[in-house]
Each structure stands twice: as structure tokens, then as C-alpha cells.
Design a protein around this ligand. Structure first.
Ligand SMILES: [Zn+2]
Length: 250
């Protein structure tokens, strides 16, 4: 896939983001989505002291082509792989929501779980799937995560009359500043990730049950780097991470 995409609303000039927030959160459907979507930026920011939290919305229970594999076994394999990948990136907590892979609904239960995570961890920036991507097929779980995260940020986490039962033990309403969508065909911001692409590749290689044969210099490594190189053309750095950004009004 080549960035930037050719779409009617294509942004030809990205805004370069170089500010590092104190806290960020990556909310994703399945183990490995976080590293694919925002791994390079998360690694860059973690190395500069940003506290990164992951919210993994499904257990990843369907992620195997091996007919001998059971859901129970793949869940524990992927949990260990996700922790190892998160350690490589520099992530602190991983909140795992207990939804079966492929059965995630954009319903009130899931919305409440995301709202609670936002109110508890108070990230300034949140990364997630772009539910509105028009090019190519997209996993249903990804769309449901994207729309739920956007709704959770505004208005549900912000307004105290939504999910008021959560407001105990120091949990308060919270307003996220920026929502950054990956896998988008309408990117409008870019981050210079020249110093963290290697870390992204290393982290992704921990997902051995999903991504076999990823090592520096492999075909997959070149493909992954190629996207970041393409994005950065004309910006004066080697590797770029692009996102569609929504910013809350102050
Ligand atoms: Zn996924």
C-alpha cells in the first residue's frame, strides 16, 4: 500500500507532529494491531518519557490458520507475544477486554469499558483504527473499535452524566486532546519515526504466531519500511508515520 493514498479528499501536505505528550493510549482490536498501526510513534514517544497504555479489545481467540490449534491455546500464546511486543515498544499497562475475536460489537458494554479506560489513564493522545477507511476490506472488529473509541472520547468520557457509576475511587470525567487514526486514507499529520522504526520491527517480530519470518532485511521488513519511507518523501526525514487526527475544541 502506498501512502499518501489517492482519494478525492487527499491531503497533500501533512502537518508534522513533534510534540511528545505525557500520556498516550493505543486502543486496538487484536494482538499485533497496535504495533502495525502506531508502533513506531509509540516507541518514539515512550523513549522520550511518554507513558503509553495499551487497550486490547479482544482476546485474539480466532487468530490461527493451524487446524490443530484451540482458541484457549492461541489466546495464551498471543497474550505472551503481545506483552513481549509491548515491552519492546516501552508500554506500561495492557488492559485486556474479554471479547472473543470476531465478536466485538459497538454496543453500550464495550463503550463503557473504553470510557472507563480513558477516565482511569487520562491519555492526552489516543491512537486507534480508522473506521471510515474506504479503500480495501477491513476487519469488522476494527470498525467497531474505531467508532466506539471516537464516541467514548466525545462525549461519553468527558461528560459526568454518562456512565456516572464509574466516578468513584478517583475516576473523573476526562477530555482527550487528540485522536489519531491509523490505516486511514485521509491522513493529515506525520511523525518523524526515523529513530524508532527498528523498534517497531523488533516489536512486531514478537508476534510469531501471526507474523512468521520477520527479521531485519527480510521481505516483510522491506515492505513495512517502504510505507514509512514513502510517507516521509519531501519532509526531510527518512521514515514517517501518518495518521488522520481529530482535535478536541478547547
Ligand atoms: Zn486486527
Amino acid at each position: 500500500m502506498i501512502y499518501p493514498f489517492s482519494t478525492p479528499n487527499q491531503v497533500t501536505k501533512y502537518e508534522v507532529i513533534d510534540e511528545v505528550p505525557k500520556r498516550a493510549m493505543v486502543i486496538f482490536a487484536h494482538p499485533d494491531d497496535a504495533e502495525i498501526g502506531a508502533g513506531a510513534t509509540a516507541a518514539l514517544w515512550a523513549a522520550q518519557g511518554c507513558e503509553i497504555t495499551y487497550v486490547q479489545c479482544t482476546t485474539g481467540s480466532s487468530g490461527s490458520n493451524d487446524t490443530e490449534m484451540t482458541s484457549e491455546r492461541i489466546v495464551s500464546i498471543r497474550a505472551a507475544e503481545q506483552r513481549a511486543a509491548a515491552d519492546a515498544i516501552g508500554v506500561g499497562d495492557i488492559v485486556v477486554l474479554d471479547h472473543p475475536d470476531g465478536e466485538l460489537e459497538a454496543d453500550r458494554v464495550f463503550l463503557g469499558e473504553v470510557v472507563h479506560a480513558l477516565r482511569k489513564y487520562r491519555p492526552e493522545v489516543v491512537f486507534t483504527h480508522d473506521q471510515y477507511r474506504m479503500s480495501g476490506f477491513q476487519h469488522r472488529d476494527h470498525r467497531h473499535v474505531g467508532i466506539t473509541v471516537q464516541d467514548a472520547i466525545y462525549p461519553y468520557a468527558r461528560d459526568h452524566l454518562h456512565f456516572p457509576e464509574q466516578l468513584v475511587d478517583g475516576v473523573e470525567p476526562y477530555k482527550v486532546k487528540h485522536l489519531m487514526f491509523w490505516g486511514t486514507d485521509q491522513a493529515d499529520v506525520i511523525v518523524d519515526v526515523s529513530n524508532s522504526v527498528d523498534t517497531k520491527i523488533t516489536a512486531l517480530s514478537k508476534h510469531e504466531s501471526q507474523i512468521a519470518g520477520l527479521s531485519f532485511g527480510s521481505d516483510m521488513d522491506r515492505r513495512l519500511r517502504g510505507r514509512h519511507i514513502e510517507a516521509a518523501k519531501g519532509y526531510g526525514f527518512e521514515y514517517g508515520d501518518t495518521f488522520r487526527r481529530l482535535t478536541a475544541r478547547t
